[in-house]
Design a protein around this ligand. Structure first.
Ligand code: NAI
Length: 240
């Protein structure tokens, strides 16, 4: 799928990977970009950077009514929904139920809410695309924070389910599985001593968000299910 002339929603669009995706989609000629984030000022700044073809919406992706509302854009029906917002938190067996629930809501349920919000109308219009930001942590058996790895693995499993279930109805699904990207989340994770963040930082292969966005454009054009910005992750998964 080419992004040109498409209407796109990006959650977590105020910073990091989501910001880079929003900017790149605009550069590729998207008809409209909805920059959705909990951080209203951050989303507004990105929308202003893009200009007329963007709008900012404050959203908490763990709220289904708020995610559903994103389907009504000022640019028309959504062609590409990027469910990208995510959080890190909790460590190992000491992670509290509250931490597990928070990560599950943002890293998994938000993808379910997004699919519920747009898939039926996409089918009615002949098709559409979902891009769900997951993580290499959901695919690679590396030392990491349990709630993060488990919720990202669940998010990949959900995306696979949607892809298989709606393949004949024109719904395409891709999962973005980066390993280490220079963003606020990575910096925060290292500072808070999260094993996942330290492991990716130690790997040395840290990419800039703009590099990830460039890989996403190629992945969407090729309609690949897995989009791996880090080639070594692709190689690891291929051999597994
Ligand atoms: P980031 O912290 O720069 O951006 C995350 C954005 O999500 C922030 O703007 C934040 O305000 C927003 N957000 C958080 N909770 C939200 C909620 N409940 N509702 C709406 N928005 C919310 O982090 P980054 O790295 O850009 O993360 C984007 C995605 O990439 C996440 O899903 C993350 O798990 C994933 N990822 C990041 C990697 C990295 O190394 N940075 C590696 C693998 C995956």
């Amino acid at each position: 799928m080419r992004v040109q002339d498409k209407v796109v929603v990006v959650t977590g669009g105020a910073s990091g990977i989501g910001r880079a995706l929003a900017l790149r989609f605009a550069e590729e000629g998207a008809a409209g970009v909805v920059v959705a984030d909990l951080d209203e000022a951050g989303a507004q700044a990105v929308a202003e950077e893009i200009g007329d073809r963007a709008t900012a919406v404050q959203v908490d992706v763990s709220s289904e009514p708020q995610v559903s509302a994103l389907a009504n854009t000022p640019f028309g029906p959504v062609d590409l929904f990027c469910s990208n917002a995510g959080i890190i938190g909790g460590h190992g067996l000491d992670a509290s139920d509250q931490e597990w629930s928070s990560l599950y809501a943002v890293n998994v349920l938000a993808h379910v809410y997004a699919a519920r919000a747009v898939v039926p109308s996409m089918i009615a219009r002949g098709g559409g695309y979902l891009l769900n930001t997951c993580s290499a942590a959901g695919l690679i058996s590396c030392p990491g924070d349990a709630p993060y790895a488990v919720t990202k693995a669940a998010a990949i499993a959900f995306a696979e389910w949607v892809a298989i279930h709606y393949a004949t109805k024109g719904i395409k699904v891709s999962v973005l599985c980066p390993q280490g990207v220079r963003t606020a989340m990575l910096a925060h994770g290292i500072q808070e001593d999260h094993v996942t963040a330290r492991a990716v930082a130690a790997s040395g292969a840290i990419l800039d968000p703009a590099d990830v966005a460039a890989t996403v454009i190629k992945g969407l054009e090729a309609e690949r299910f897995h989009i791996f910005p880090h080639p070594e992750v692709a190689e690891y998964v291929r051999r597994k």
